[in-house]
Design a protein around this ligand. Structure first.
Ligand SMILES: [Zn+2]
Length: 366
């Protein structure tokens, strides 16, 4: 089989640099500086940027069943359990319809080369099963943080949710008692899985509430102060931010503080009822909105949040590296090699992205 060389730039765990990557089948067999590719064997050369497949750091794919414009007003009215619009829709929509909507949302992610999504699945064991089925033939593997529904906790339900899912994602420390959170965290740890929650989204919460028991992932922190974010970093907890979803309700994560403090950060698209689950649209908005707010962040920080940090969080840091021997999780984009992280953050769209290891133009359908 003819080798394929993508030459221009590489963006990965080590940052952005000019270079080329040579693919043979699904494996990277050579990388190097621009213009230094070995002349051995036949190779087709495509100009572009090679980078690790992104991971969506926070979704609620179950919401995809509704695509209506969300009302202007407090977030609470829309997403509060159990009577907000979101839970009414989840409750009233038949499972096959929700499953089809989740499959379509996964397709959207797959078309952009997204390899996984860290999803909060709210509807107990049934919700987890439904998403697993929706993802059966999808190239996108959901990492499912399920949610037990019964309060006080039913140990059997909790055990089932933890067993079926990859972990548990609860609403927030304000909505769950410390006893409930501790019991969930213990059950999750026993099975070697993950514990996540939303924190300081609408109003500031004290870090001592959401850091105890220690979670593996905190979502939003839009109302957190830089001191709070420092406490999060000290606790070694990863943060997922969702700038488009926050902006819809007048909020903004402090991306500059997260970058400055070196908090491990993921980028997510949040509720699928509000936005298409497009991580590249999220990247562009994150970059532009930070500049608009007078607090610009480096595009390298954002691309890292989409393509590198989530792999470390998922326990596969090697997938965030572009080097010889890897390749299955490498993507390429037909974009100029100047300031490559800027290109990926602001110019990448599905039709420019391809999977060089598969030797086809589109990621989907390979
Ligand atoms: Zn969320």
């Amino acid at each position: 089989m003819e080798d394929r060389i993508v030459e221009g730039a590489i963006v990965d765990e080590e940052g952005a640099r000019p270079g080329y990557v040579r693919f043979r089948g699904s494996r990277i067999v050579e990388t190097g500086g621009v213009g230094t590719a070995s002349a051995h064997g036949r190779a087709r050369v495509t100009p572009g940027i090679v980078f690790p497949a992104p991971v969506n750091g926070h979704t609620h794919l179950g919401d995809a069943a509704s695509t209506r414009e969300p009302p202007v007003g407090p977030l609470r009215d829309v997403v509060a359990a159990p009577h907000g619009m979101k839970f009414r829709i989840l409750h009233e929509t038949p499972e096959p319809v929700k499953r089809r909507a989740m499959r379509q949302a996964l397709d959207r992610l797959g078309r952009e080369g997204v390899a996984s999504t860290i999803d909060f699945r709210e509807e107990g064991a049934a919700g987890i099963r439904s998403l697993r089925r929706a993802a059966e033939r999808s190239p996108v593997r959901p990492f499912i943080l399920g949610r037990p529904l019964v309060r006080p906790l039913d140990p059997r339900e909790l055990d089932e949710v933890v067993r079926l899912a990859d972990g548990v994602g609860v609403s927030s420390a304000r909505e769950e008692s410390p006893a409930v959170r501790s019991a969930i965290a213990r059950a999750v740890r026993r099975q070697g899985k993950r514990f996540a929650l939303h924190a300081s989204e609408e109003v500031r919460e004290d870090p001592s509430t959401y850091l105890r028991p220690r979670p593996d992932l905190l979502v939003h922190l839009t109302a957190a102060t830089p001191d709070d974010l420092e406490a999060v970093r000290e606790a070694g907890v990863t943060v997922a931010v969702c700038p488009r979803s926050n902006a819809l309700f007048g909020r903004r994560p402090d991306l500059l503080a997260l970058q400055r403090l070196g908090v491990p950060t993921l980028l997510g698209t949040d509720n699928a009822m509000f936005h298409a689950a497009s991580l590249f649209r999220e990247l562009e908005f994150a970059y532009v909105s930070a500049r608009l707010a007078g607090a610009p962040v480096r595009p390298e920080f954002l691309v890292r949040a989409a393509c590198v940090t989530p792999w470390a969080w998922l326990g596969h840091p090697e997938r965030g590296r572009i080097r010889e021997g890897s390749g299955r999780y490498a993507l390429a984009a037909r974009l100029p090699a100047d300031d490559p992280a800027y290109q990926l953050a602001t110019r990448a769209t599905a039709h420019l992205i391809f999977h060089p290891a598969r030797g086809v133009r589109a990621v989907r359908g390979a």
